[in-house]
Write a protein that binds this ligand. Structure first.
Ligand code: 1PR
Length: 528
């Protein structure tokens, strides 16, 4: 029986699912005594440092946690739970951590690489640890803006470090207590192996016999994401569909490219680094009454151990019985059902329009509310822009760029207009306004679609991606237009996008994910 410290924030369903998948029962901590009595305790830290520490204090869990670790009882901390072992964090100054390890958690400075770090990275082991078995350089999934600096951790705790422009602590271990900055439950087979070793063995063993630190270079990987646009077809079944420039109907009927749970499972086994579901009719159907979509998420998270993003319909809503739901309520239900990140489309556009009128943050927008509770890294903005050609930069008040792809009347300039309601309605706001304000409001990542390119198989819109990347410091996912493996190579060689997303070529089995990865490897582009 494994005990889980779930204090109700974020996605702990995936940890639960991973434990169950490995054949163990899970019980929850319900009082301070459970922390001391648990045979094995897993603490999946989700949310901000302050939120975690305040919740632990409120539940009177701080002293038993410290006591458990001091008494050397099996303990595994994940992500913010590693950070909580330290004295405090720049994320929430003035709030004390558990103080088992010295020093403060710091924010990544950011430079060439985006903050948060979202994606797969390797580790350098500083000793042999039974949790890893024979480590041969597998990558693990990280998602964080704050980190413990390498150097400050006592040698008897130091287990693993990772480079992300600066070297940080990715693993600590002392006696039977271990904690990782990465998410084993989201790191595919490599992560499940760590969890299995923790669950199976009575004790964690450490040894410095051998050559340490290991010489394996840690390298941040470019992600390949499979995207599933989901909606009900005319028979009422939830299907994966795919449009051409957002038109998902063929001869009047909604294209059916397969069942969402089956396809997601297939992509996981084929090596997708992440899976995104977009509920493409979410703008008109209220997601919380869309139980089949929530079931899709729940069922997928039982079998898929890489990050899951879900978008569609994240906004406030008043149901027919008069009950009001905030965007945070909708997002929370998605997180509880297994999502690691949520993606906001139309509502982000309306939020930015309002912000541009006043220049004031209200704290009430979906982006701000969800980011405050779940962290910036959990909030993706899905942008649906289309090109608007102009003859000269003076012809528009928007962010205009000179393009190598002239317009129908040989125009040499264009700007990218944001749309809402699945591309049906253009708004007077450009992609740079949208991306920069969303970053300011607390978004952690941009999913950059392109209506002109969607479904065309003609390659990503390199100009658009560079245009956005030049204006934001959060990660950008390049989306729309992939037609062959070389398009991923092109996007990673010509832009600084952190991830490439595709739908049609994967659904139609024209290109396999492992083929894409092989092309990246052959061209020296790091990938998992
Ligand atoms: O506005 O918050 O309810 O979110 C709705 C979400 O649904 C948005 O993220 C929006 O992008 C998406 N969406 C709405 N309508 C459509 C449609 O296709 N009719 N799909 C749609 C957007 C675009 C990509 C696609 C890539 C790759 N799909 O996600 O997967 O373009 O395609 P490709 O590789 O085949 O070229 P809200």
């Amino acid at each position: 029986m494994i005990t889980l410290l779930d204090y109700g924030a974020g996605n702990v369903r995936s940890v639960r699912n991973a434990i169950k998948r490995l054949g163990y029962e899970v019980t929850d901590v319900s009082c301070p005594k459970d922390i001391l009595c648990a045979e094995k305790l897993i603490f999946p830290g989700v949310g901000s440092f302050g939120l975690v520490m305040n919740q632990l204090a409120q539940d009177r869990y701080i002293d038993p946690l410290i006591q458990r670790i001091q008494e050397n009882k099996p303990f595994l901390g994940i992500c913010v739970a590693l950070q909580a072992l330290f004295e405090g964090s720049e994320e929430t100054p003035g709030i004390a951590g558990l103080g088992i390890l010295p020093g403060q958690i710091k924010r990544f400075k950011g430079g060439q690489l985006s903050v948060p770090q979202i994606g797969w990275n390797g580790i350098t082991l500083h000793k042999q640890c039974s949790l890893f078995g024979d480590y041969t350089g597998e990558k693990f999934y990280f998602v964080h803006s704050y980190h413990a600096s390498a150097g400050g951790v006592p040698g008897d705790w130091l287990l693993a470090t990772t480079d992300y422009e600066e070297e940080f602590i990715s693993g600590v271990c002392h006696g039977n207590s271990a904690a990782f900055q990465f998410h084993p439950e989201k790191s595919g087979a490599a992560g499940l192996k760590i969890l299995a070793n923790f669950l199976r063995n009575e004790e964690i063993t450490l040894s410095t016999a051998g050559v340490f630190p290991t010489s394996i270079k840690t390298e941040f990987a470019k992600r390949i994401i499979a995207c599933l646009d989901v909606r009900s077809n005319d028979e009422g079944d939830l299907v994966v569909t795919k449009g051409d420039q957002y038109d998902v109907r063929e001869e009047g009927t909604v294209r059916n490219l397969g069942k969402p749970v089956d396809l997601a499972g297939r992509y996981y086994h084929e090596g997708a680094d992440e899976i995104t579901f977009l509920n493409i009719t979410g703008f008109r159907d209220f997601p919380l009454s869309d139980q089949p979509m929530l079931e899709v998420l729940k069922n997928t998270s039982e079998n898929v151990f890489v990050p899951l993003t879900i978008g569609g319909g994240i906004r406030e809503f008043t149901a027919s019985d008069g009950t009001s739901y905030s965007a945070l309520d909708v997002a929370s239900e998605y997180f509880r059902s297994g999502a690691d990140k949520i993606s906001i489309g139309s509502d982000a556009v309306y939020t930015v329009e309002q912000y541009l009128q006043t220049g004031q943050k209200t704290g009430k927008s979906s982006i701000e509310q969800i980011s405050a509770v779940y962290g910036a890294q959990a909030v993706v903005i899905s942008v649906d822009p289309r090109r608007v050609y102009v003859s000269s930069p003076e012809d528009s008040a928007h962010h205009v760029l000179k393009t190598q792809i002239p317009g129908p009347n040989n125009e040499q300039y264009c700007w990218y207009q944001c749309t809402v309601r699945g591309g049906r309605e253009g708004r007077d706001i450009d992609v740079i306004q949208l991306a920069t304000v969303c970053e300011k409001l607390g978004a952690g990542e941009i999913l950059l679609n392109c209506i002109d390119k969607d479904g065309t198989n003609s390659g990503f819109d390199i100009e658009l991606i560079n245009h956005v990347k030049d204006h934001v410091s959060i990660p950008v996912i390049a989306s729309s237009g992939a037609g062959k493996s070389d398009h991923f190579k092109e996007v990673f060689l010509k832009t600084r996008a952190e991830a490439g997303l595709a739908a049609g070529i994967f659904h139609r089995q024209e290109v396999a994910i492992k083929e894409v990865k092989q092309v990246l490897k052959n061209n020296g582009i790091p990938c998992r």
